[in-house]
Write a protein that binds this ligand. Structure first.
Ligand code: AMP
Length: 165
């Protein structure tokens, strides 16, 4: 069962998953950043809403604004650290669009020339991540994820917490 909105203010939830603070790298009252258990490219991270809204249209104007303002900060950090030439930013909004975790999140994916045989393969890979990962790919270790989160915290240059966490 997903947590109540009140519970979500006391913990970081990602759909049905509890996300350790050690695997997060950015926190505002409305948005947080988490490293990916099964990235499709090195540096593929997620920005999620603090409240467990299932769909993009559920967000308030402030939540939409903060999500995209934080996306700009994370984009700069990812670009610097992973040497990305470009970025794919995307939201899979609903099960039929490939969403596997029913909690609004924005994918930030570093892109470089030749990283996929066909450029738009990134979308196919994203859509099939859940199934492919479960069957064929091993999740990263908590230590690996915590290490990346720590590096991104430094790259972003500040670690915002509030009293609810
Ligand atoms: P989507 O398929 O658009 O819902 O994306 C879900 C994303 O969440 C995928 O990139 C997964 O690798 C990632 N993911 C799933 N569970 C976790 C978790 N516990 N911690 C971090 N990332 C996760």
């Amino acid at each position: 069962m997903p947590p109540s909105p009140t519970a979500a203010l006391r913990a970081l939830w990602f759909g049905p998953h509890t996300i350790p603070l050690s695997q997060t790298f950015l926190l505002t009252p409305l948005t947080y950043g988490l490293v990916n258990l099964k990235p499709i490219r090195p540096g593929h991270v997620l920005l999620a809403t603090r409240l467990p809204h299932p769909r993009f249209s559920d967000l308030s104007p402030d939540e939409v604004a903060d999500l995209f303002l934080q996306a700009q900060r994370v984009s700069r950090a990812i670009t610097r650290h992973f040497g990305a030439q470009s970025l794919t930013l995307c939201i899979q909004d609903g099960k039929e669009a490939g969403q596997t975790v029913p909690h609004v999140h924005l994918h930030v994916i570093p892109r470089n020339e030749g990283d996929f045989p066909d450029n738009d393969d990134v979308y196919e890979k994203l859509e099939h991540t859940h199934r492919i990962d479960n069957e064929e790919r091993t999740p990263r270790t908590p230590q690996d994820m915590a290490g990346e989160a720590e590096m991104l915290r430094k790259e972003i240059g500040e670690w915002n917490t509030d009293t609810d966490c």
